[in-house]
Design a protein around this ligand. Structure first.
Ligand code: PMP
Ligand code: GLN
Length: 387
C-alpha cells in the first residue's frame, strides 16, 4: 500500500547526511549549523534546577506564562511590537514545529504559498503536505536581491502566504526596509499572510539590525513571527521556539500546535524565559563574536582562492567554487573536501525547489559558529589541502 506521497518521496536531510560523512571521515563539521559551545550557564542552570525541582508534568498548552511574557517583552524591547502574551504568543518545540503549525493553520488544498529561493529545507514538505502548491521565486546571487517583477508575477488570487526568512539561511542576507516594503505591498494587494522565520534575528553583522516584517505599517495583522532559543542562546538541541501573531491567526495556529506536540518541556521554557531577559550586552556580544568568526572564515576561504559572497547575518557563508577548477557538482565538492581535506560543508543546490531553473552548481555553504581553535584547525586543513 502506498504511504504518504510527500514524505515517502523525501531523502534524508543534507544536514544529517553531511554530519554523518564528517564523523565517518574525521572531518571538522562546517556543514550542519550548530555552535560547539553551549549557551549561557545561568540559562542552563535555571532549566536544570526546574528539571530537578519539577513539576515535570504538562505545562500550559500555549507555553508557561513566564516565557510568553518574556517573548512579549522581547518583541517590545527590540522591535516596538505589542503582542498580548495570553492570546498572541505560543511556545513550540523549536522553530520547525512553529513553522509547521503556522503553515498547517493557514493553508488549504489548492492554495498557493510563495517561498524565496534558496530556502530552508523544511518549508517545501511542510507546505506540500497541506495540499497547497509551492511557488518558488529565486533571489539571484551574488546580492540575493528580490526580483520585484518575478515576485509580483508569482502572486495570484490563490496566494495565501509567503514564507519570509530574514536573516536568511543559507543566503546570509538581512532584508532591509525597502525590500520588506515591497513584500508588504504585495501581501496587502493580494490579501495574503506571511510566515516570518526569524530564528537568526540576533545574528546580524556590521551594525545591521534585523527588521521584522511585522513592524512595517499594516503588517502586524498579516504576520506570524517565529523565533528560536536554539539560535538566540546557542542551545540548538533544546528545540524551544515561539510564535507571535495577531489573535485571529494565533487562535488557529494553537489548534495545530495542540495536536502536533501540545506543549514543550517546562524546565527548558523557564531557562529560555530567563534568557530573553538578558541585558543588551548579551545580544551584542553574540553577534560581534560571530562576526569575528565570519571574518576569519572569509580570510581563510579567500586565502585558498575561493571567492565568498556577502554575509550579513546567520551562521553561514557562501563560497563560489566556479573558478576553482573543480570538476564536479557542488555536492561532489562537499563530499570531496569532507573526505580529503577533512572539512565538511553543504551544497547550496539542496536549498532549491527540485524543479527550479535557478539551481546553482558552484555554491557551497560553510558554517562558522565554531570555537576559534576549531576554525583555526579547519583553516590549516584547508590551507594544507589547497595551498
Ligand atoms: N529556520 C531556519 C532558517 C533554520 O536555519 C532552522 C535551523 N536551525 C530552523 C528554522 C529550525 O529551528 P529549530 O531548531 O528551532 O527548530
Ligand atoms: N538549521 C541548521 C542548518 O541550516 C540545521 C538544522 C537541522 O539539522 N535540522 O544547518
Amino acid at each position: 500500500m502506498s504511504l504518504n506521497n510527500v514524505f515517502a518521496a523525501q531523502g534524508t536531510t543534507v544536514f544529517t547526511v553531511m554530519s554523518a560523512l564528517a564523523v565517518e571521515h574525521g572531518a571538522i563539521n562546517l556543514g550542519q549549523g550548530f555552535p560547539d559551545v553551549d549557551g549561557p550557564e545561568d540559562i542552563r542552570r535555571a532549566a536544570a534546577e526546574r528539571l530537578i525541582e519539577g513539576p515535570n508534568q504538562y505545562p500550559p498548552m500555549m507555553g508557561i506564562p513566564e516565557l510568553r511574557q518574556a517573548v512579549a517583552r522581547h518583541n517590545k524591547r527590540f522591535y516596538g511590537l505589542d503582542y498580548d502574551w495570553q492570546s498572541e504568543i505560543i511556545v513550540t518545540s523549536g522553530a520547525t514545529e512553529a513553522l509547521s503549525d503556522c503553515i498547517m493553520a493557514l493553508l488549504n488544498p489548492g492554495d498557493e504559498a510563495i517561498v524565496l529561493e534558496p530556502f530552508y529545507d523544511c518549508y517545501l514538505p511542510q507546505i506540500e503536505q497541506t495540499g497547497a502548491t509551492v511557488k518558488a521565486v529565486s533571489l539571484e546571487p551574488p546580492d540575493w536581491t528580490v526580483p520585484q517583477d518575478t515576485l509580483e508575477a508569482a502572486f495570484s488570487e490563490r496566494t495565501k502566504l509567503v514564507v519570509l526568512n530574514s536573516p536568511m539561511n543559507p543566503a546570509s542576507k538581512v532584508f532591509g526596509r525597502e525590500e520588506l516594503a515591497v513584500i508588504a505591498g504585495l501581501l496587502e494587494k493580494y490579501d495574503a499572510y506571511a510566515v516570518c522565520d526569524e530564528v537568526y534575528e540576533h545574528l546580524t553583522f556590521d551594525g545591521r539590525r534585523h527588521v521584522p516584517l511585522a513592524a512595517l505599517p499594516g503588517m502586524r495583522e498579516r504576520c506570524l513571527r517565529i523565533g528560536s532559543a536554539g539560535k538566540t542562546f546557542s542551545l540548538t538541541g533544546w528545540k524551544v521556539g515561539y510564535i507571535s501573531g495577531p489573535e485571529a491567526l494565533v487562535n488557529v495556529v494553537a489548534k495545530a500546535h495542540q495536536f502536533v506536540t501540545f506543549t514543550t518541556c517546562p524546565a527548558l521554557q523557564y531557562g529560555v524565559a530567563l534568557g530573553l531577559e538578558q541585558e543588551d550586552g548579551y545580544f551584542d556580544a553574540l553577534s560581534s563574536e560571530l562576526e569575528g568568526k565570519r571574518d576569519f572564515l572569509r580570510q581563510t576561504l579567500e586565502g585558498i582562492g575561493l571567492p565568498v559572497l556577502a554575509c550579513e547575518g546567520t551562521y553561514f557563508m557562501t563560497a563560489d567554487i566556479g573558478r576553482f577548477g573543480f570538476n564536479g557538482s557542488d555536492y561532489d565538492f562537499c563530499r570531496h573536501i569532507t573526505e580529503n581535506a577533512k572539512v565538511a560543508a553543504v551544497p547550496m543546490s539542496v536549498f532549491y525547489h527540485p524543479a527550479s531553473k535557478s539551481k546553482p552548481n558552484t555554491l557551497v555553504r560553510f558554517c562558522f559558529c565554531k570555537r576559534d581553535d576549531v576554525m583555526a584547525e579547519a583553516a590549516s586543513r584547508l590551507n594544507a589541502f589547497f595551498g
